[in-house]
Design a protein around this ligand. Sequence first.
Ligand code: ADP
Ligand code: ZN
Ligand code: ZN
Length: 734
Amino acid sequence: MACLSKNGSHMRSVYHVCIPHTLRDFFDYYAGDIEPSIGARVWVPFGRQKRMGVVIGEHVPDSPRLNMKFIETLIDERPVLSGESLVLCHWISNYYQSPLSEVLPLALPKKYRNGDELVLPTCQTFQLTMAIDEAYPLLSKRAIRQRALVDFFALQQIPQTKKMIQLAGFSMDQVDALLTLGILSIHIEIEKPANNQLLSQPLSLNPEQALAVQTIQAHMDTYQCFLLHGVTGSGKTEVYLQVIAKILAAGRQVLVLVPEIGLTPQLLARFRQRFREPMVVIHSKLSDSERQRAWHWAKEETVKLVVGTRAAIFTPMPALGLIVIDEEHDTSFKQMEGVRYSARDTALMRAHLRHIPIVLGSATPSLESLYNCQRNKYTLLRLNHKALESRPLQYQILDIRNQTLKHGLADPTLRLIEEHLQRQQQVLVFINRRGFAPVFLCHQCGWIADCRACDAHLTLHRTMGRLICHHCGLIQAIPRECHACHGRELLPIGTGTQRVHDFLTHYFPTTSIVRIDRDEVRKKLAFDDYLSRINSGQAQLIIGTQMLAKGHHFPQLTLVVILDADNGFYNQDFRALEHLGQLLMQVAGRAGRAELPGQVLIQTHLPKHPLLNQLVQQGYDDFANELLVLRRQASLPPYHFLTLIRAQGKALPGVLNFLHEVKAQLNNFELQIWGPAPAPLARKGGMHRLQLLLKSPSRRKLKEALTQLRSWLILNKSAKSIRWNIDVDPMDLS
Ligand code: ADP
Ligand code: ZN
Ligand code: ZN
């Protein structure tokens, strides 16, 4: 585009082009005689390379720019990224202090980041071009399978896909033969997502659920955030389903974010059975083309319902009418590397931009969300009762001080497990540590097998016959003798899932036991297999990590045993207690969901801990309120805002120096600054790790300081040997 400048000469437009992974927000280019639209992809010269970029803006400069390069070619006629997506990316870039060139790639499927053509998802179908009696004479007498294939096609009324043909037992070679003879023809059609089969009807709501649905429904065309707070089984999902039904009926789209797809098969099944509208599920295990297809369908509004994990927040949905975030407190919504964005907070911003409601659901809301309800920023919707008749959980705190533990289990614990097993009920033993034992120690001199590259002990994985570092992944053979004194008596200390499994298998030899942790469930199939064994009641005793804490409903489960609650109380991280409370409630929520009463046993060395007792006796709300008081006293989130600046490098002095320089840059701002101090894991993968913690009651002031710091960091070349990142609203301080 050209326009008249002040002095009357024609000035050419300059285009801002965001080029992925270039550390900058954008670079400027002239366009020659093409007129790219904002949000379209282009090829541009970049150094000696040709790179893909997205046009994110245009302006007419006052004077011509010398030496400015030209956009080479336009990839898209129409924008790939909508104005809404661009605004959201800009917001993330500003708020999380990441260059736009890092943020934008999050919003584009990989195929499009490569500069590939935007293609509609297609599928091939085959059909007969002639009647059977015309086809037969064309085939050789001996081609029995080809004849059978012709018969098969004649029987089917509709064109067949490759998959249907293969399912019927034919090969693609046979199909090719018929294609060559002209008996079959091939068609390329735009693929459409499949409709679901309606299998379930809306339930009639109890008064609390009805009120929740009505309240949300009254805000369909405005931004409003609702916190749907109710224990596991209180009917939150039913509320989502009924609100979603209303939005879909109005012809609009719905985005549902969940923590981890693999862990929510039951939720997905309920969605599929309730809505006929096609639905896509977006998660990290999708192939590039599956992701591209889902993205495309959502963009074209062919799909109305998108369920996905964190990254699905970037799905283009032009008719978006509602966002739901299930388990809103879950830490997986925050990305812990690269652009450290929170999908929950980004979703709030997206809902705000679009003037639509957003529903956050949880049995154990984050302190941030509870605080926002107290301040009337969110509307609290409370479900106080279980939807189905059930007796309240019975909690027991077991004092294990001075008790002999058998591989982590006390005698009263074993007796209780036995009682439940004898009644043919299921028991879950929860221990949030995988492996056999977290420490491998020399009984003679106290030497401990440590990781070479990290300040951490190696975990013994006995079945694999290895010591593994859970921080950097280093794998070692199990030493036969002590590296210090050559003693031969090496002992596993502490308990992990494998050890509990080995012991319980031996202790209850006739019981069917499964172990569920990341080592055991690397393959997705295995996990589904385990779940069905648990659901069918085939597996009676379940040993698991927090993988099991979410989303699963085990009807025969009556006892949950928590082996290592104390870890959370010893951890210095300021969110550790909040997360412990959430985890305990989530795990406990697995028990007693049906008509059988549930029992929860917590082994602890801190039986008198006031917060533990409060959690168990008064419940999560009182516990959370108490934590909020503590947070206020300590000026921690949600009252003050935090940003963590992490730095790491091979040489400690360099890292330290770097953070001192950073600190000096921040001197002129009204901030509290802690550090530089070693990170809780001070050395990882051979790198020294230090950090600087910034704190302020004013989000705006913190942001101003960070924005200035970031421009300094980009210019400052000395930062090259140091890897650093800025984590706004960090989830943990490690
Ligand atoms: P949550 O999501 O809070 O864990 P769910 O929505 O999964 O709760 O509900 C728990 C159980 O109660 C499910 O089996 C569900 O079908 C049932 N349920 C929920 N609401 C109702 C209702 N209004 N009437 C009857 N059963 C209900
Ligand atoms: Zn030794
Ligand atoms: Zn390591």
